[in-house]
Structures are given as C-alpha cells and as structure tokens.
Design a protein around this ligand. Sequence first.
Ligand code: PNS
Length: 166
Amino acid sequence: MRVAVYPGSFDPITNGHLDVIKRSVKVFDEVIVTVLINPDKKGLFTPDERVELIRKVVKDIPNVRVESFLGLLVDFMKEKDSNIIIKGLRAVSDFEYEFQMALINNNLDANVETLFMMTSAQNSFLSSSSVKQVAMFNGDISGLVPEIVAKELKEKIEEIRKIKGD
Ligand code: PNS
C-alpha cells in the first residue's frame, strides 16, 4: 500500500491545498494530510481547529486521513511507515524554500522523497496568508477557499474583533 504524507500549516486550508489533495489520491492508495504544529508560530486557527476544518472539507474524498503532529516531519513519516512527502509548487518563488526543505528532509532520512505537484493555474496565486488578509479587510474570499472555510474564517475574524473591542 502506497501511503503519502501531505504536510503543511494549513492555516486555513485553501482551494489550492484541496486541489493537491484531490490529485494526490489518484496517485496514492492513502494520503495523510498532516498539520505540522509550529510552537513558535501561533497562527489564526489552533492546530485542532485546522484539523477539524480539513476533515470537514475532505469528508467525501476516500483514502484521506487528517492528523496533526508536533516534531520533525521525518519522524512522523517513520511513524506512519511512509517515505513520500507531497508538496504543492505554485511559482518559481516557492522553489528555493521547498528545495531547501526537501534537501533537509532527505538529509535527515535518506529514504524520504519529496514529490512536487504543480498547482492548477487558477490556484497559482493562492496562499493561506493572502486569503486571511483579504478576509480581514472584508474582501471576497469565495472561490479561494471551500465554503465552510470561508464561513469559519469570517467567524474567527469576528471573534478576534470582539476580543480586541474593534
Ligand atoms: O505550509 P508550510 O508552512 O509551507 O509548511 C511547512 C512545513 C510545516 C511542512 C515545515 O515547516 C515542516 O515540515 N515542519 C516540521 C518540522 C520539520 O520537520 N522541519 C525540518 C524541515 S525544514
């Protein structure tokens, strides 16, 4: 059974991520979408909220599991008995960062291979950060994220505004 891991911050999941997931399940028997917890970066959604959101988004896609992990990606891979990391590549600007990560992971564990999937043209400009910024300033994010994500993102921003007293 060929199991691949699709890691990321997913704060929150976008249509670009979803596109990579849908295409990856055509190539692998199982895809584990993994929210890597970065203790130095708080993020907008908590890791648990991100996992729940992804689970809602992928509920109808067979052979996808969603988990979170605190630690090195290569250790998670070992735990899951997988040696394939899937990453999406949007533009040349992604290349250097992704190239470095692929080399580090391969250096940490020579069995681990990173496979890159080019994002679809319509998602090539999309990132979680830009989606959050558009949402913060009440811009239209429909078409950038799944409907449930747009709803929960708006609710989260409202919640933060109330706490801050804006
Ligand atoms: O969505 P992102 O922020 O580009 O994902 C980056 C991520 C989470 C995949 C990367 O930071 C990661 O693998 N973190 C886990 C810690 C680790 O293994 N670091 C060594 C490789 S740089």
